[in-house]
Ligand binder design. Structure first.
Ligand SMILES: [Zn+2]
Length: 437
């Protein structure tokens, strides 16, 4: 196998803590795996056998990890003016019902995975819809395009519009069928997540079934929403009057533990936080969405200090942008009383998320032995006004990425060493289309 050498400014959080920061670095990749990362400023040299990709002084960083977003909602991005439940009823459920048409589902899925790659997202935790064929098609497209996903068919059997209300046992059986087909496919690049939408649309029978399948299939994920909006929480409290809290509803059905991902988790208390810690459950913090639907403010400092595992999610379409740079910026903005440093935010969008997803043995940082999921970032694409940004200290470059960044910064995206997005090719295609108009 050819040894590939990527030369540039290598920046990555490290498993042992701190930041790897080689101004003239070289990442060696063989057969999709990082063999070494070397510092060319310390008299180390590129191995003679390597095929060299000189990226100048652009940044080489770990691929970004989006811990929560909805594939079928991309067509509804930017439709605001409602809190969660009204927004779902007005815009989202109709868009999801269209996924009964598998041709439509395929078209949107192709666009979705291209867009993820263009945003530098190399791993995403994804809601699809209740439709088995649409979810199956989404996996096929992710498999072909080289994307890394944790994804599943949504389960809904209560308080939903007729087009999205399933028979409970059929919903569970179809989920298990898809799980058997896709979980762990291609050496673990594709993983399955049991995906009950949230408490509001779930009967006790459905949640019990999800808990049983989760217990039966070691290593499978559960991905759902928790304590996002006040009205949602009140609704769930009425449905499950015996539960101490919303989290306690899931816990009582065995839906808690390693590889469970709870999106939002804004309105939770100290008992919930203790429970999340003890069970090593993880949270997806979605600040852009929380701003958009005015859902509330994630208790970032409290949750971080308690040691709960968490990362960031765009929550498209309640979050208006797939760019995790935008999400990092919003994570800082939404906290009224304290700053989140760019290095901390980068950690949450990479290694912190990989740890939360129990995937840090293979992704999340640029270290020997990990799979080569990485992005090439051009800070000058959005920071021309800063002029000599590449000569600034690294913490200032990271700050510019977080506060000025978006998808335009992404020059290339790789998963397992495979190029899945090339900004130059995309740009040429755009120029060709424009000139032929
Ligand atoms: Zn969501």
């Amino acid at each position: 196998m050819v040894l590939e050498a990527y030369l540039g400014h290598v920046v990555s959080p490290l498993a042992a803590g701190g930041l790897l920061d080689y101004r003239r670095g070289c990442m060696l990749v063989r057969d999709g795996v990082i063999e070494d990362v070397i510092d060319l400023d310390r008299n180390q040299s590129v191995p003679a056998e390597a095929r060299v990709h000189d990226l100048g002084n652009r940044l080489i960083m770990p691929g970004l990890i989006d811990m929560h977003l909805h594939l079928p909602q991309v067509t509804q991005t930017g439709k605001s003016g409602q809190h969660l439940l009204a927004w779902l009823n007005q815009y989202i459920f109709a868009a999801e019902a269209r996924f009964a048409d598998t041709d439509h589902a395929r078209k949107i899925a192709r666009w979705f995975f291209d867009e993820l790659a263009a945003n530098g997202t190399t791993c995403a935790v994804v809601f699809t819809t209740i439709h088995k064929e649409a979810c199956d098609a989404a996996f096929e497209i992710a498999e072909a395009k080289g994307s890394r996903v944790i994804m599943g068919k949504v389960l809904m059997d209560a308080n939903s519009p007729p087009a999205l209300t399933e028979d409970t046992q059929t919903s569970l059986a179809e989920s298990e069928e898809l799980l058997r087909k896709w979980h762990g496919r291609d050496g673990g690049r594709l993983q399955y997540a049991l995906t009950p939408r949230f408490g509001v649309t779930s009967t006790p029978e459905l949640l019990a079934g999800v808990g049983e399948i989760y217990a039966r299939h070691k290593g499978v994920y559960v991905h759902t929403h928790l304590s996002e909006a006040r009205e949602e929480i009140q609704f769930v409290a009425k449905m499950y009057p015996g539960a101490r809290s919303y989290l306690d509803v899931y816990r009582s059905f065995g839906i808690i533990g390693r590889r469970t991902v709870f999106a939002h988790s804004i309105h939770i208390d100290s008992d919930d936080i203790d429970c999340l810690c003890q069970t090593q459950s993880s949270l997806a913090h979605c600040p852009s969405s929380n701003f958009f639907l005015k859902s509330g403010v994630f208790q970032y400092k409290t949750i971080k200090d308690a040691g709960v595992l968490f990362g960031l999610g765009s929550d498209v379409a309640a979050g208006p942008s797939m760019s995790l740079f935008n999400v990092m910026r919003d994570a800082n903005y939404i906290q009224a009383s304290h700053w989140l440093e760019p290095q901390e935010l980068l950690y949450r969008a990479t290694l912190g998320a990989a740890i939360a997803l129990d995937q840090d043995d293979r992704i999340g940082s640029l270290e020997a032995g990990k799979e080569a999921d990485f992005i090439v970032v051009d800070p000058t694409a959005r920071t021309a006004i800063v002029g000599d940004i590449l000569d600034h200290p690294t913490h200032e470059i990271l700050s510019a990425l977080v506060f000025l960044g978006d998808d335009r910064l992404i020059a290339r995206t790789y998963v397992r060493g495979r190029l899945i997005f090339d900004g130059q090719i995309a740009q040429n295609r755009l120029v060709k289309q424009t000139t032929s108009c």
